[in-house]
Design a protein around this ligand. Structure first.
Ligand code: ADP
Ligand code: ZN
Ligand code: ZN
Length: 753
């Protein structure tokens, strides 16, 4: 007897909800269904569990309709959703919202509206020879008749009968091939019973499984063998620690080819897919149509189509995707590669689930029985420590490929240069000289500054007034191109006042500098140079981005100025100089990961120089050339950085020695917010003692007119984190039920950045 009840996950911040399964409806766990929830809304839900326990509320609604023929989620995927919800302390509905493409889960005010929005795949017409004509004599009779009386039909039938794959000829394809034969001819043939017409889902042909692989160097072969040995010995996760340009990608390619050849699926995660067109092109040259890209810049239709196509696939899929690709239905997933595993963009910060895709990939080795490879030139401390303890396997590459040598790094003291008058604008003399040489030799340079706009703030030199956002507790950045002051938190803009609004005496002046200023100064200092800029202000679309990259790649521009965006994964042969304009603001952020992050970022940027030969040079401008992290970057001393940072983390009890959970409370009324935060702190302190810190105001404590307060929970390694999660969940539920605080927004962030 079929189960009569179904717990269904809805795309709301709610746990699963029980519905009745009406007689005559057959449904499986993992399948999508349309249901009515609340007085007027219809949603797509996922059947989580089927059972016979009647829930104790009175009126139980029934499932309206089953959507799609087969489940949208496998059992393994459901296990992943459950793990994400329980580890990152969010609801299943929030996981659903993030994991499924929007068109796959329509909703509406009526059932019709929902069904109207239901995704329908595009189908294509196909024709094939009628079974009757498979008999040679009969076929020849027909040919003879047609040849005399209907030459167009004759030609069309001949084409169909002699096709390579006689069962799957797209109608459009035939019509294209026979210039004169239009669809009418085909219909006539069908009417006469000579051919059959059918409609199929469009299928992507997967090319063969023999790929032309790059030949590895002895060092690369050794690393590959080491990784294979670790996996063979039963380790689910391994780290490939290789300096920039050492050929990590080539090793990925070999591992990927192996899996595809045996019909398995591969997922390659990259930090931000919009920034990795180069990598996709490189993979397509080897794996052809096997490659599927998946990211948020695709149209909703494309993402939905991709999801459903993969769901039907028989295996041998290769997906290159951003973090959300983790949730795709790869039913034969055997290998996940997380490229640049240290990158902060693997963490989703907003909205929930605030998951870390790299950590999920590691977890998936258990849930899916697959293998995970973490690749980086500068692994995160968390990964490094797991590799050291033997929890992860590890292979290293310490040399660049071919003739390329690691770039020479020079530190240039900005204060000393200023004292000696050896500074023009934002540039020390040595950097200007090197830029001059690069241009003379017709080479290329990249200049990195991690602030966009012209200046991060404007001030009055007379009275010290600074322009601040009326809605957020931050200064407004000055964007000279648009002539505006802009809030980088809420987008508020304002005109630049002609006089100081406070003392009305002087003009206000920009302080500090961003990419826009660098670009303008370079253009003024080197009028003959072709300069481009890459940051969030001028990259509004993927196309704009591609154009800037393509120009730089083809050497239509000489100097590329940019933010973090220029650091990720590029492989430009012509770049011989990289300038880091202000290393100090990377180091002086209040975050406990600042030093690690600064090291990774600078090493990454530096790695863009001299990727083809040994002429690569990097100039780092800094006011503190003696700063240990700056010295470690200059010396390429990753291990030194790790030792020093780990010592600090251990002393101050931070990850990887403790697990953090950040709770952020938000509200318009600062007094109410304060009371709520104190109350929650008292409650949590009663359970967690000194492990709870706060409440305290974050560096930016007002955003969009809402005030913010933070609590931080630090739980030592070794303590049961599952137990801690249970206590926390229970306390947060009790807190949420307090009427006075019901309008307080509470965000939970497990393993925050
Ligand atoms: P990484 O991913 O470690 O930064 P890449 O795989 O991008 O390094 O390699 C850097 C450059 O060297 C690329 O242009 C790549 O094509 C080339 N390269 C690396 N290994 C080989 C190899 N075995 N054969 C041919 N070219 C290689
Ligand atoms: Zn003033
Ligand atoms: Zn603002």
């Amino acid at each position: 007897m079929p189960s009569r009840y179904a717990d269904i996950v809805l795309p709301l911040a709610q746990p699963a909800y029980t519905f009745a399964v009406p007689d005559g409806i057959e449904v499986a766990e993992g399948q999508a269904v349309a249901v009515q929830f609340g007085p007027r809304k219809f949603y797509t839900g996922i059947v989580w569990r089927l059972h016979d326990r009647r829930p104790d509320f009175k009126r139980i609604k029934s499932i309206c309709k089953v959507l799609y023929d087969s489940p949208l989620l496998s059992e393994k995927q459901r296990a992943l959703w459950e793990w994400v919800a329980s580890y990152y302390l969010c609801s299943m509905g929030e996981v659903m919202r993030c994991a499924l493409p929007s068109l796959i889960k329509p909703s509406g005010d009526t059932e019709e509206e929902l069904l109207h929005d239901e995704y329908r795949p595009r189908t294509e017409g196909y024709v094939s020879l009628a079974p009757e004509l498979r008999d040679e004599t009969r076929l020849n009779e027909v040919f003879e008749k047609l040849a005399r009386r209907a030459p167009k039909q004759y030609e069309a039938l001949l084409e169909i009968a002699s096709a390579q794959e006689p069962d799957r000829i797209a109608t459009g394809e035939i019509a294209r091939r026979l210039l004169q034969a239009d669809y009418a001819v085909l219909h006539t043939l069908a009417r006469k019973g000579f051919i059959c017409e059918t409609e199929h889902l469009r299928t992507t042909e997967r090319s063969g499984s023999r790929f032309r692989l790059p030949e590895l160097t002895p060092r690369q072969t050794e690393a590959l063998e080491t990784l294979r040995a670790h996996y063979a010995a039963g380790r689910g996760t391994a780290l490939l620690h290789g300096i920039t340009g050492s050929g990590k990608t080539e090793i990925y390619i070999h591992l990927i080819a192996e899996v595809l050849a045996r019909g398995g699926d591969v997922l390659l995660l990259v930090p931000e897919i919009a920034l990795t067109a180069q990598l996709i092109a490189r993979m397509e040259r080897i794996f052809g149509s096997r490659v599927t890209a998946y990211h948020s810049k695709l149209t909703p239709h494309r993402r939905t189509e991709t999801y459903l196509q993969l769901n039907r696939s028989e295996g041998g899929e290769f997906v290159i995707g951003a973090r959300s690709a983790l949730f795709l239905p790869l039913h034969r997933l055997q290998l996940i590669i997380v490229d640049e595993e240290h990158d902060a963009s693997y963490k989703q910060t907003e909205p929930a689930p605030r998951y870390q895709a790299r950590d999920c990939a590691v977890m998936m080795t258990k849930l899916f029985g697959c293998r995970t490879l973490l690749g980086s030139a500068t692994p995160s401390l968390e990964t490094w420590i797991n590799a050291r303890s033997g929890k992860y396997g590890k292979a290293v590459l310490t040399e660049r490929y071919g003739a390329a040598r690691p770039p020479r790094i020079t530190l240039s003291d900005t204060l000393r240069a200023a004292r000696r008058g050896e500074r023009k604008g934002r540039f020390n003399k040595i950097l200007l000289e090197k830029l001059g040489t690069v241009l003379e030799r017709n080479e290329q340079a990249m200049l990195f500054q991690n602030r966009r706009g012209y200046a991060p703030y404007v001030t009055c030199t007379e009275c010290g007034w600074t322009a601040r956002c009326p809605h957020c507790n931050v200064t407004l950045a000055y964007h000279r191109n648009s002539g505006k002051l802009v809030c980088h938190y809420c987008g508020y803009t304002d005109r630049v006042p002609a006089r100081c609004p406070s003392c009305k005496v002087t003009e206000i002046v920009p302080m500090g500098f961003g990419t826009e200023q660098v670009e303008q100064e370079i253009a003024a200092l080197f009028p003959e140079a072709r300069v481009a800029r890459l940051d969030r202000d001028n990259v509004t679309s993927e196309r704009a981005y591609q154009a800037i990259i393509a120009d730089f790649e083809a050497h239509r521009t000489d100097i590329l100025v940019g933010t973090q965006m220029i650091t990720k994964g590029f492989d430009f042969g012509g770049v011989s100089l990289v300038g880091i304009l202000n290393a100090d603001n990377l180091l002086n952020s209040p975050d406990f990961r600042a030093a690690e992050r600064a090291f990774q970022l600078m090493t990454q940027v530096a790695g863009r120089a001299g990727r083809r030969d040994d002429g690569g040079e990097v100039i780092i401008q800094t006011a503190e050339p003696g700063h240990p992290v700056i010295r470690q970057v200059a010396a390429g001393d990753y291990e030194g950085m790790v030792r020093m940072q780990l010592a600090d983390r251990e002393t101050f009890f931070y990850p990887p020695y403790a697990r953090l959970t950040a709770l952020t409370l938000r509200h318009h009324d600062p007094q109410l917010l304060r009371r709520a935060a104190e109350e929650l702190a008292v409650r949590l302190r009663a359970r967690f003692g000194h492990r709870l810190l706060g409440p305290s105001a974050p560096p930016v404590d007002r955003i969009r007119d809402e005030y913010l307060l933070k609590l931080l929970l630090k739980v030592e390694n070794g303590a049961s984190s599952q137990h801690a999660r249970q206590i926390l969940t229970a306390e947060l539920e009790r807190f949420a039920a307090i009427p006075a605080f019901k309008n307080i927004t509470l965000l939970t962030d497990v393993d925050p950045l």
